[in-house]
Design a protein around this ligand. Sequence first.
Ligand code: AMP
Length: 170
Amino acid sequence: VAHNGSPQNRAYIGLGSNLADPQAQIMRALGALDRLPGTRVVARSGLYVSRPLADLPQPDYLNAVATVDTALAPHRLLHEMQRIEREQGRVPGGERWAARTIDLDLLIYGQSVIRSASLSVPHPGLSQRDFVLQPLAELAPGLDVPSLGKVHSLLESCPRRGLRRFEASR
Ligand code: AMP
């Protein structure tokens, strides 16, 4: 329970970046998440390097997952995550949005299973993405993903795409 008495929900947020100093983008987004009202980033995974999903030539991605305790409702949290994405995507002095430099995905929100027009939780790509499941398993071994099962079972049946560890976790 937070100081204001709001119930805290444990959420997991996936972070990815492949532009404009990805490590700095991920650290900046973690800071912004930690400053959201009623919200604390309580842990983060190590950083992982993954190949882009698309066939288009583009830089490798840097990925991580954060454990977040929040009093914000799921749609409100998503809204704040999208605001952080927009703020970090802005080219200083530029007229238009840059290519997105940070991607934030709400992977899991407590025990919730949500399928609304703007929000699907657990995140639909979760069970197919080693760059999500590996850091998630590192953060929360034994985690039971609502409607999907144990994170380690999901990781075992997930296609591997040559994920590499970038640095030790904190
Ligand atoms: P993307 O460009 O792949 O990050 O997709 C962003 C869109 O996915 C937004 O319109 C969101 O409303 C939608 N969305 C649905 N479920 C989620 C989720 N769990 N996390 C983040 N975005 C989501």
